[in-house]
Design a binder for this molecule. Structure first.
Ligand code: C2E
Ligand code: MG
Ligand code: MG
Ligand code: MG
Length: 286
């Protein structure tokens, strides 16, 4: 479309840039109001016990129901929320919402025993995060042992005393900690030893081409073996096929998550799925 070089080209380029900037600014303004306007919503993706096929928990995944743009993915607005500091209020809301929901499900369905909640590095670095979690636990009366916080490797890289202290405080509250997207970041293996972690989530990029890709099979097996020997449980992310499932079952992996079992859905749909799936599995195992 840009025919000529020189000044016109530059002007065109500037216009495109400022259009981006305007869009960015507009999205930020809208995100600022999204919480109060009830546009944020938690979706839940089932986590499956690979031995029984039962749904034993869920990962909470945030969605922005934008009035004109439809559902906006967290991959798009969480980075914006982190840049602007909005992640502190949004993250706290997501945490409280997910904990309250999980408490109710756990009471009605005892086999539902885990809610995994994503936490941004900014929340850990810029707030008294353990105090926030403590407050939510008190208010919801939720059993802390059903709560698992997912932290990405980049959070571990900022391996400051503050991160270590916060993790230790969280452990004292009785909740567990998982490393998300394991194998994609640059965390040193020594972090696995020093930090009080409970679970490793094998990133979807390693699961995607299982079982045929030899490298991915080797990496997945190695992560599983190391995690198990260090005493961590393992969740495989992004399981989409039965071949992938079989590979993971043979490995001994306990838990899986992915489109093969369920997409992330809203709370009403999740409880339907939980009830239906687990009734069916209980019958099969009876
Ligand atoms: P994540 O924590 O690694 O979450 C897994 C992502 O993979 C989710 O994307 C999920 O919908 C998607 N997924 C699950 N199964 C499959 C599968 O079989 N195939 C494929 N292709 N994808 C699958 P989603 O919901 O778009 O979330 C993207 C990321 O946004 C999350 O990655 C997480 O890092 C972040 N995020 C989501 N909710 C929150 C939140 O409440 N707080 C924070 N801080 N971050 C969040
Ligand atoms: Mg996650
Ligand atoms: Mg992940
Ligand atoms: Mg991810």
């Amino acid at each position: 479309q840009v025919k000529n070089n020189g000044k016109n080209h530059v002007a065109f380029y500037d216009a495109a840039l400022s259009r981006d900037a305007v869009e960015h600014f507009q999205l930020e303004t809208e995100l600022r109001q999204a919480l109060n306007k009830n546009q944020l919503n938690m979706f839940y993706q089932a986590q499956i016990d690979l031995k029984t096929g039962m749904i034993i928990g869920a990962e909470a995944l945030i969605r922005w129901m934008h009035p004109t743009q439809g559902i906006i993915s967290p991959a798009k607005f969480i980075p914006l929320a982190e840049e602007t500091g909005l992640i502190l209020s949004i993250g706290e809301w997501a945490l409280a919402q997910s904990v309250r929901q999980a408490h109710a499900w756990h009471q009605q369905h005892p086999e539902f025993k885990k809610i995994a909640i994503n936490v941004s590095a900014v929340q850990i670095m810029k707030s008294k995060f353990a105090d926030t979690v403590y407050g939510i636990l008190m208010e919801s009366e939720c059993d802390p042992s059903i709560i698992e916080l997912e932290i990405t490797e980049s959070t571990l890289m900022q391996h400051t005393q503050h991160v270590v202290d916060t993790f230790n405080q969280l452990k004292l509250l009785g909740i567990s900690i998982a490393i998300d997207d394991f194998g994609t970041g640059y965390s040193s293996l020594s972090h696995l030893k020093r930090l009080p972690l409970d679970q490793i989530k094998i990133d979807r990029s390693f699961v995607k081409d299982l079982p045929n890709d030899k490298d991915d099979a080797a990496i997945t097996s190695a992560i599983y073996a190391m995690a198990t020997q260090l005493g961590f449980t393992v969740v495989a992310e992004g399981v989409e096929t039965e071949e992938q499932e079989k590979f993971l079952q043979r490995l001994g992996c306990q838990t899986a998550q992915g489109y093969l079992y369920a997409y992330p859905v809203n709370a009403d749909d999740f409880v339907k799925l939980l009830t239906l799936n687990n009734q069916r599995k209980i019958k099969r195992h009876a």
